[in-house]
Design a protein around this ligand. Sequence first.
Ligand code: AMP
Length: 122
Amino acid sequence: MAYDDNNIFAKILRGEIPCKKVYEDEHTLAFHDINPQAPVHVLVIPKGAYVSMDDFSAKASATEQAAFVRAIGQVALQLGIVDSGYRVLANHGRDGHQEVPHLHMHVFGGRDLGPMIGRPRS
Ligand code: AMP
């Protein structure tokens, strides 16, 4: 999947549309999902133009990659879901049902999250 500069997260990064920010550093931004699937549902995104984990791991600098991983842990700590537990998930491509073609890690928490993978759509 090619990177599309007009995707919604690119617009958030450019300040063209708002977000409810949770965390930010030089390389990473985290904000609340607009359609939360759990009491805590935050998206962590790199500021660079990467579509997926494979793209990010191949092209991002070690500093960007370290910042991304650190941000995910920081968000979990900041939102108080470490003791109760949480889930980190990224959807990629067609089979992953990725909607936004800018790498994002979902961080879910605040309730029992159930089984890891649901049934496919028929
Ligand atoms: P995915 O299927 O992994 O690509 O999920 C994309 C996620 O982005 C969904 O959970 C959407 O609810 C979320 N989303 C879409 N637009 C926005 C937005 N403007 N602000 C925050 N989250 C958004």
